[in-house]
Design a protein around this ligand. Structure first.
Ligand SMILES: [Zn+2]
Ligand SMILES: [Zn+2]
Length: 302
């Protein structure tokens, strides 16, 4: 069975992704109402009752609001660090079935190893994830003001990367609705990544093994999908990393499902890319999952 990954929705108004392997069915964040999450899962012929648990990055409402309707009623295991659990329970006034991890440590849920690492964001103890599945690795990097070298290292081996491109700096500065203090918060080193900052991160993480980047957490008012796409896809083009698919996520509808078992094997790498990555075509490591040539890069809704 392949490993399937679907972003059910992402943006400043709500974030939730779904990962399915042979052994587990996980949500990563639950930032929509319980009813919305049920509907989004139903579009994949899945239901909250079949979930193995929910991984939580941090306690902001656009990442946890669905826990009221889902987790407490179904008693789903909620994987988070201690301070985040306390924040969730006091904010939502519920008791959750907290499965506590220590930030920076790794743990296993069935056949998925979860690496956790600290990210700079204005929450109590926010984390990013690297999910190591039997078919490949998925990096989660949203809600961070800037990416440190350590963070880049933690997700460098990703085959699929969820990367924040929150705002266009000019659109944010020109926005008449947001007070100056809020703009400062978003732009700060504990705020959110802009399109350009996201492109910088993508450039540092780009490798022959990285196959797909989902651009996430776009601001509705201060960004446009085409601007985010142009910034990151343009940068990938510039460095010769055209094997990396770049896809903008949507707040309202799920993205196409990525099947990690169909990750294409790295083909011959153009000279420019070999230089970029400091490798030659002969010493590129094989992709962690072997693709069937007939279904290379296939992405379908299941
Ligand atoms: Zn958020
Ligand atoms: Zn946040």
């Amino acid at each position: 069975m392949s490993v399937q990954f679907t972003i059910l929705g992402s943006g400043s108004g709500g974030n939730c992704a779904y990962l399915e392997t042979a052994e587990v069915r996980l949500l990563i964040d639950a930032g929509f109402s319980g009813r919305q999450i049920r509907n989004k899962l139903a579009a994949l012929s899945r239901a909250p009752e079949g979930l193995s648990g929910v991984l939580i990055t941090h306690e902001h409402s656009d990442h946890i609001s669905g826990l009221v309707g889902l987790a407490s009623r179904l008693n789903l295991p909620i994987y988070c660090n201690r301070q985040t659990r306390e924040a969730i329970e006091s904010q939502l006034r519920i008791k959750i079935n907290g499965q506590i991890f220590e930030t920076g440590h790794s743990f296993e849920i069935g056949d998925v190893q979860v690496d956790t690492f600290s990210i700079p964001h204005d929450a109590i103890d926010p984390v990013g994830f690297l999910l190591r599945t039997p078919a490949g690795r998925i990096g989660f990097l949203t809600d961070l003001g800037h990416a440190t070298k350590l963070i880049i290292e933690r997700v460098r081996s990703s085959n699929v990367l969820v990367l924040e491109t929150n705002h266009d700096v000019q659109m944010l500065q020109d926005d008449p609705k947001r007070p100056w203090s809020l703009k400062q918060r978003i732009l700060s080193r504990h705020g959110h990544l802009s399109n350009e900052a996201g492109a910088d991160v993508a450039e540092q993480i780009a490798s022959p093994d990285l196959r797909h980047i989902y651009l996430g957490h776009l601001s509705r008012d201060c960004n446009k999908p085409e601007l985010a796409h142009r910034a990151v896809a343009g940068r990938m083009q510039k460095i010769g990393a055209t094997h990396i698919g770049v896809e903008v996520t949507s707040q309202d509808s799920p993205c196409s499902t990525f099947h990690l078992s169909t990750l294409p094997r790295p083909g011959p790498i153009p000279d420019v890319l070999s230089e970029t990555f400091g490798q030659t075509a002969t010493n590129i490591p094989p992709a962690p999952s072997v693709a069937t040539p007939a279904v290379l890069g296939q992405q379908t809704l299941f």
